[in-house]
Design a protein around this ligand. Structure first.
Ligand code: CA
Length: 367
């Protein structure tokens, strides 16, 4: 049904255009031009602060419910000057950057499906296409979309990996930043006059339960920064960490447990603590018997896939769409090892995943 060569060509063109978060204007221009060729207009909404373009929102009139299709335009670092290579049915980077299949495979799949629908005059529901910006730095573009824009009956975010996996739930995430303020002193002359912030931080972290907490909950301290020289008792250390859980009460408990350890260690040594926590996004769970799950399952079966319904470990724009009332699932088009320089796209899966998307869309219009 779809044009496989054109799909792959579009993908390679997309990844060759640099589009780190907040720098998506150039790739947005490319996508806008492709949409315009199909007679589809797009408007720019919710431009993030510091960004060079906004989210692209388009509408294609059809019959039946309004289906949201989403992918994000930004890629993670190292993501400049990506050179896609094709080897034995797999596309990868040259090893110095990510590939950017996250999420340009999703962008290419949506474009190809729109072209196919138009060329072959295929039945489809009303479609809302939202290409978001700054997803990778905290779903910033999606957070800037108001409820009045998000009116779809249901949605699909093409931001997964495996094509037979349907992610119907995702955790909440809270980030925490802690600054431990001790007291500087000469390490050789007056060590007893100092309060060693590195020591305080170490004790707090050592006492924390981090990593996998339980089936639904994870936690991490990912950044530690502080200290000036070996002969100075360090006066300040900054820690940055996060916790995620599918259960919001567990998440609150985990964050409290982590901050309690920081408080205790500070108290023990007479250090001060500056603490900020930020809710990055809220969890969601789309019921397995909901219309969008049924739709995707039907499509997967038609494509002879064996569907797996799974919760995701990470947040995506789907968290925002769900929070704003659009039940949205995450599906994939064959990308692997996301967020690494070993990221790759399996062409066979990419094609099948795109065919699957087309099948789901036709199914939504009444089969
Ligand atoms: Ca992504």
């Amino acid at each position: 049904m779809i044009n496989k060569r054109r799909l792959v060509k579009t993908f390679k063109e997309l990844v060759r255009i640099d589009s780190l978060s907040l720098r998506e204007a150039q790739v947005a221009r490319y996508v806008r031009r492709e949409l315009r060729k199909l007679g589809i207009r797009s408007v720019q909404v919710g431009k993030p602060r510091g960004g060079d373009t906004g989210n692209m929102v388009s509408f294609v009139s059809g019959q039946g419910p309004l289906l949201l299709l989403n992918a994000h335009l930004d890629t993670v670092s190292p993501g400049r000057n990506i050179k896609p290579r094709e080897k034995r049915g797999v596309i990868c980077s040259d090893g110095t950057t990510v590939l950017g299949a996250d999420n340009k495979a999703g962008v290419a799949a949506i474009l190809e499906v729109l072209r196919t629908i138009k060329e072959q005059k295929l039945p489809h529901p009303h479609l809302q296409i939202i290409f978001t910006v700054a997803e990778e730095i905290g779903l910033v573009g999606a957070k800037n979309l108001s409820r009045s824009v998000l009116k779809a009956a249901y949605g699909l975010a093409l931001d997964g990996g495996q094509i037979d996996k349907l992610l119907n739930a995702a955790p909440s995430q809270i980030n925490l930043t802690a600054t431990i303020i001790g007291k500087a002193a000469h390490a050789g002359v007056h060590p007893e006059a100092g309060v060693n912030a590195i020591r305080v931080a170490s004790e707090a972290i050592a006492a924390m339960k981090i990593g996998r907490i339980d089936r639904e909950t994870t936690a991490n301290i990912g950044v530690i920064r502080g200290g000036k020289a070996t002969n100075i008792i360090p006066a300040e250390v900054e820690l940055r960490g996060e916790a995620r859980s599918h259960d919001r009460a567990k998440l609150r408990r985990q964050v409290k447990a982590m901050t309690d350890q920081l408080r205790k260690a500070c108290r023990r040594h007479g250090a001060r603590l500056r603490l900020t926590t930020e809710q990055m996004y809220r969890s969601f769970a789309v019921r397995p018997d909901s219309p969008i799950v049924k739709l995707v399952l039907t499509g997967m079966k038609k494509e002879r896939l064996r569907p797996q319904i799974k919760p995701s470990g990470g947040g995506s724009d789907a968290n925002i769409f769900n929070a704003r009332g659009v039940p949205t699932l995450v599906i994939g088009v064959g990308a692997r090892q996301l967020h690494t320089t070993g990221e790759e796209l399996v062409i066979r899966d990419f094609i099948r995943g795109t065919e699957l998307l087309l099948t789901i869309i036709r199914e939504a219009a009444g089969g």
